[in-house]
Design a protein around this ligand. Structure first.
Ligand code: APR
Ligand code: ZN
Length: 271
C-alpha cells in the first residue's frame, strides 16, 4: 500500500463512511482514472489538448472540413487506447459495484476500461472508441474492420464500402450532441444519488460537468478524487488531491475495515 499522509487517511475514512451510509451512490469518472493505464488525459500535465488544438483535432466542424486531421490524432492515441489494461483504480470501482456500494458509473472515457475491469452498469456519455460509423450512411464498422481497411487502403480517413463517406469512431466531438439516453439517464441518476464519487475529471466540459450539481441540488454529497483542483472542490464533502490508482483501492480497503468492525462475522454459536 503506497504511503498515505495522515490527512489522506482521514479523508479516505470520511469518504468510506459517506459511501457505506449511502443508499444511491454513483461514480462519475474522467480521463484521470485511465492515465495510470498509459492513456493520456486531455487537460492534465502533458494532456492531449496541450499538443493538439481541440478546435482543430476534436471538433465536429473541423472533422467535416478535413477528417484526416482527426484521424492523424487518432493514429497517435488509438494504439494506447486499444492496448491499455485497467489499473488499480478501475478494479477498485468494479469492487465498489460488486459490494453494492455504487449503483453505476457515468464515464466520460471512451476506452471501455471500466467494463474490462468488471463494472456492469456503465453509462458512456462521450461514446466508445471501439465502435465506428460511416459519416454518410451510418453503416457501423468494428474496430478490426477499420484496422484492416487502414492497412489495406493506407489513407486517411478510412472510407465506407457502401457510400465512400469518411468513417468516424463513435465518440462525441466538440459541437456534437451527446447520446440522448445516456445523458438523460445520467442526470436522473445524479439527481437520485445521495453520494457522487467523482474520480479523475477536471469537470470542465458540459453537460457532464453539471451532473454533480444535480446531486448537490437534492442534498447529496460529493467526494472528489483528482490530482488538480476542480470548480466544485468548495462544495464537496471530501476532496483528495492524489492519484486515483492509489486512493480508490485504499477507499475499498477502508470500507471493508469499517464493515468488518460493524458486522463482525457470525461466531459459530450464533449459527
Ligand atoms: N489520479 C487523479 N487525477 C488524475 C490522474 C490520476 N492518476 N491523472 C490525471 N488526473 C487529473 C488531471 O489533473 C485532470 O484534472 O484528471 C483530470 C482529467 O481531466 P481532463 O483531462 O479534462 O479529462 P476529463 O475531465 O475526462 O475531460 C472531459 O473533455 O475533451 C473532452 O471528451 C473529452 O471526455 C473528455 C472531456
Ligand atoms: Zn456509408
Amino acid at each position: 500500500m503506497k504511503i498515505l499522509r495522515l490527512l489522506e487517511r482521514k479523508q479516505i475514512h470520511q469518504a468510506a463512511e459517506l459511501l457505506i451510509n449511502s443508499s444511491h451512490a454513483i461514480a462519475l469518472t474522467g480521463a484521470g482514472v485511465s492515465t495510470e493505464s498509459g492513456i493520456p488525459d486531455f487537460r492534465g500535465e502533458g494532456g492531449i489538448w496541450e499538443k493538439y488544438k481541440p478546435e482543430i483535432y476534436g471538433n465536429i466542424k473541423s472533422f467535416i472540413k478535413d477528417p484526416s486531421k482527426f484521424w492523424k490524432l487518432a493514429e497517435k492515441v488509438a494504439p494506447k487506447l486499444f492496448t491499455a489494461e485497467p489499473n488499480e483504480g478501475h478494479y477498485a470501482l468494479a469492487e465498489l459495484e460488486d459490494m453494492g456500494i455504487i449503483d453505476a458509473i457515468i464515464t466520460q472515457n471512451i476506452d471501455e476500461l471500466h467494463q474490462k475491469a468488471g463494472n456492469v452498469i456503465v453509462y458512456e456519455v462521450h461514446g466508445n472508441i471501439n465502435r465506428f460509423t460511416c459519416f454518410g450512411c451510418r453503416a457501423s464498422y468494428t474496430k478490426d474492420q477499420v484496422m484492416r481497411k487502414l492497412k489495406k487502403e493506407k489513407n486517411y480517413p478510412p472510407r465506407c464500402d457502401m457510400c465512400s463517406a469518411p468513417l468516424k469512431p463513435s465518440v462525441v466531438l466538440f459541437g456534437e450532441s451527446l447520446p440522448t439516453f445516456e445523458i438523460y439517464q445520467s442526470q436522473a441518476l445524479a439527481e437520485k444519488s445521495d453520494v457522487m464519487l467523482i474520480a479523475g475529471s477536471s469537470l470542465s466540459v458540459d453537460p457532464v460537468a453539471d451532473l454533480p450539481r444535480y446531486t448537490l441540488s437534492n442534498g447529496g454529497k460529493l467526494i472528489i478524487i483528482n490530482e488538480e483542483p476542480t470548480y466544485l472542490d468548495d462544495k464537496a464533502e471530501v476532496v483528495i488531491q492524489h492519484k486515483t490508482g492509489t486512493i480508490l483501492p485504499a477507499l475499498v480497503e477502508e470500507i471493508k475495515k469499517i464493515k468488518s468492525m460493524r458486522e463482525p462475522t457470525e461466531s459459530p454459536e450464533e449459527e
